[in-house]
Design a protein around this ligand. Structure first.
Ligand SMILES: [Zn+2]
Length: 332
């Protein structure tokens, strides 16, 4: 029988359509598609490959220019402008704010044919440290209210360049999607005196059936109310509202957990496209007891269509417990 499940943190409902149930292995990508590791290690036309760097766009390299491991550049076609002043207009009907903000690209690795699933944990750690360094630097900008860190892997996830990279966008507002999450977490805390994310993690650890990885500092699991097959959250064990406050040993541990989860997707499903998002509180929030930063990984194995647009709900044709079981069995 089909069922509706609610995400206790976001209050979003999904339909788990077991009637049209697809087995998790039905999502293994076609042998006909070339996977990241099979591409050439260097592409002479790629702006992210060493030797082709566009130096005028460069913001920062680590460790240094000639031997960089990760590199941050301005997006050539930024969604927001770092130089525009923040101005607001309201004509009584429409609201308008100038497109002030930041749009940076993190080139994750010098090699053209790698991705997080194939990188070493210390290499991903370097990317996470770069995110944090850039986050603290961008936070100095008084115009910025929210920073979104994300990665699009594969063309179905919206990646236009194959060379592994991530993005940081800093906004002059707090988007509705984030405000709703904060409000729901606040409401839960007011009702029950507990942090909803902590309750969720304790419940998942108790049940164990959707857990992918447990480490000293993080828990990774397929969501109970997963909107799509293999939709995964990674939540810190230590309560904290922002990725900016993650401690050095937490970042090192997180790199190990990310490699573990992403290798399961890469080898289990043959390098599927996915989006990875770090969800943090607005940058000017210092601390609270009710929110929690976390990471979402969304493999792009099905397309949203009219029903999703019409309802804001998703239909997931797999059982989350089955997806977790499938990924746990993948040999990495
Ligand atoms: Zn490249």
């Amino acid at each position: 029988m089909p069922e509706l499940r609610q995400n206790m943190a976001t209050k979003e409902w999904v339909i788990i359509a077991t009637e049209r149930a697809e087995r998790p292995d039905g999502f293994v990508q076609s042998e006909a598609l070339s996977i990241t590791g099979d591409q050439p290690t260097f592409d002479p036309t790629c702006p992210f490959c060493p030797g082709n760097e566009e130096l005028d766009l460069e913001i920062e390299c680590w460790p240094e220019r000639d031997v960089w491991q990760t590199r941050v550049v301005h997006n050539k076609f930024p969604a927001l402008s770092k130089d525009d002043p923040l101005t607001r207009k309201f004509d009584g009907v429409h609201r308008w704010i100038s497109g002030a903000g930041h749009h940076e690209i993190v080139v994750d690795h010098p090699k053209h044919n790698t991705t997080w699933a194939l990188m070493a944990p210390n290499e991903i750690h370097a990317v996470l440290e770069m995110f944090q360094r850039r986050g603290w630097s961008i936070r100095e900008d008084e115009r910025v209210e929210q920073i979104i860190y994300f990665k699009n892997h594969g063309h179905r996830a919206g990646a236009s360049l194959k060379h592994t990279h991530s993005q940081i966008i800093a906004l002059p507002i707090v988007p509705t999607n984030i405000r709703q999450r904060l409000e729901e977490a606040r409401r839960y805390f007011d009702d029950y005196g507990q942090n909803v994310f902590r309750v969720m993690v304790e419940n998942e650890l108790g049940l164990g059936e959707r857990i992918l990885v447990e480490s000293k500092h993080f828990v990774a699991f397929v969501l109970y109310a997963a909107p799509a097959p293999f939709h995964t959250w990674i939540i810190p064990r230590q309560q904290s509202i922002s990725f900016l406050y993650a401690q050095p040993e937490e970042l090192a541990d997180l790199a190990e957990v990310l490699v573990n989860v992403l290798r399961r997707l890469y080898f289990g499903l043959r390098d599927p496209s996915y989006n990875l998002i770090i969800r943090s509180a607005p940058v000017k929030e210092i601390s609270n007891d009710y929110y929690q930063w976390y990471i979402t990984i969304v493999p792009r194995l099905s397309y949203a269509a009219g029903f999703e647009l019409g309802s804001g709900m998703f239909i997931n044709p797999t059982l989350p417990e089955g997806c977790a079981d499938f990924l746990r069995k993948v040999k990495i």
